[in-house]
Design a protein around this ligand. Structure first.
Ligand code: MG
Length: 471
């Protein structure tokens, strides 16, 4: 079996250490053998983008594939281009999403615009490991530049919302593109919606001087102050390749990804009843909101391609992850940052200020912990937890989720790092913290060969009739 190159987010690594031009060239040859015909290529704004996309394009052309270069556009803009052009057999996005600037990556897109399946990736890996046959001199592929992919993507996004309603709502915005791939499309979207906007980090700059490209609360302090100080209706922040988006309320409060997931589930369900899909790591708040709005929530394992596939299978109307990666099937089956922005603006136009909408959501407390764990111990940890936890309902969709009467715990090994993650959620903050502590300790003890495994069993609060401690 060929060595694995693709992780959960394509091939990713530090440029000229893990990810070299030689690797990109060979990758281009291998991908070309699988996709054939014409392939679209795009990059985010990283400094190494030109080096890698020219090497990968050279590989593609050397096996007879024609390349269409779309320039620096968001990942979902490339996906939309591939999906809507029958003559294009696939796509390659040169991006490392939210990773630091020294990283880059190669992400493969199937002919229908979705992320390549594990089977397609395995086939590419197998060909990569061989001495790939190149074509005759007169069969070498060509390269053409396409300039309209970004605008066509934004126009498609706008066709899915009530633009007149948004234009009349008097919304003002602050926008932070992290110097990344949305630098042109995100301001264009807001301009077309006639929204008065103040921008920061909206120039393409591959060293990401403005802020780290992961849109967390800590990384968005400038946008938070700007939104508050300018009294804007909303702050909008994308990650490096703009498949994700998070928001700041009027008043300057960070809105976590599962809150926007819940608010947009409510918006979609107000138009059409149906199914909503999210991974089991999402807050129960999403389930509460979906149930109240008359929808059905379906849980999956963690990972946006898994969510997208489940949505397709079930004809779901909406889905997404708690990190701000939301999927709108009327546009495409992948995370779509610009769709997320357009829909949230529509939600404000219809349902009022973002701060008020967030204020009405049910409140849950979530603890997230990380424990170092060697890859070869991950399964043993899960089995140990299964044996020793006697209360609650067990769910093995991904790792081990234990659902109690007043919350849940998810113990899940990371797919990419030697780490075990513990999530604990409850409406009672003390309970959420105590359970997180208990499970963290349980896993740590199991991983310590000198520790004795006489750990007490976990009991849910209701069953033992303990009163929750004061907050
Ligand atoms: Mg991303």
């Amino acid at each position: 079996m060929a060595a694995r190159l693709f992780g959960t987010n394509g091939v990713r690594g530090v440029v000229n250490e893990d990810l070299t031009s030689e690797l990109a060239l060979q990758m281009g040859k291998a991908i070309g053998q699988v996709m054939k015909g014409t392939v679209a290529v795009a990059t985010d704004t990283r400094s190494s983008g030109d080096m890698l996309r020219t090497a990968i394009s050279s590989g593609l052309m050397s096996v007879g594939v024609n390349v269409l270069f779309l320039g620096m556009v968001p990942t979902p803009a490339l996906q939309y281009y591939v999906k809507t052009h029958d003559n294009v057999n696939g796509g390659i996005m040169i991006t490392a999403s939210h990773n630091p600037p020294q990283f880059n990556g190669i992400k493969c897109i199937s002919a229908d615009g979705t992320e390549a399946s594990r089977e397609e990736e395995t086939l590419i890996e197998e060909i990569y490991a061989t001495d790939v046959q190149t074509c005759e001199w007169d069969e070498a592929g060509t390269m053409d530049h396409v300039n309209e992919a970004g605008e066509a993507y934004i126009d498609a996004v706008l066709s899915h919302v009530d633009t007149d309603l948004i234009k009349k709502a008097g919304i003002t915005a602050c926008l932070d593109c992290a110097n990344g791939a949305a630098y042109e499309t995100a301001p264009l979207l807001l301009k077309k919606l006639q929204i008065q906007t103040v921008t920061i980090n909206c120039n393409a700059q591959g060293e990401f001087p403005g802020r780290p490209s992961e849109p967390t609360e800590e990384n968005l302090s400038d946008l938070i102050s700007l939104t508050k100080n300018t009294r804007a209706s909303i702050g909008i922040a994308h990650d490096g390749d703009a498949d994700r988006c998070v928001f700041i309320t009027d008043g300057g409060k960070f809105v976590s990804g599962d809150k926007s997931l819940a608010l947009l589930a409510k918006l979609e369900l107000s138009k059409k009843k149906g199914k909503v899909v999210t991974p089991i790591s999402s807050s129960s708040m999403v389930e509460d909101v979906v149930n109240e709005a008359g929808g059905i929530l379906i849980y999956t394992a963690v990972g946006s391609p898994i969510v997208a596939r489940k949505m397709k299978e079930n004809g779901a109307i909406f889905g997404g992850e708690e990190n701000g990666g939301l999927i709108f099937p009327e546009q495409q089956y992948c995370r779509d940052g610009a769709m997320t922005v357009a829909k949230m603006l529509e939600a404000i136009a219809l349902n009022g200020p973002l701060s008020k909408q967030v204020g009405k959501l049910p409140v849950y407390y979530t603890q997230k912990r990380k424990i170092e764990c060697p890859d070869n111990m991950k399964l043993a940890v899960i089995n140990y937890l299964k044996k020793t936890v006697t209360d609650g309902i067990m769910d093995s969709t991904d790792g081990l989720k234990i659902i109690f009467e007043n919350g849940w715990v998810l113990a899940r090994p990371s797919g990419t790092e030697p780490i075990f993650r513990i999530y604990s959620e409850s409406k009672d903050e003390t309970v959420s913290i105590e359970r997180a502590n208990l499970f963290e300790e349980k896993v740590a003890k199991f991983l310590d060969p000198d520790a004795e495994l006489n750990f007490p069993e976990v009991k849910p609060t209701e069953k033992t009739k303990q009163k929750p401690k004061a907050l």
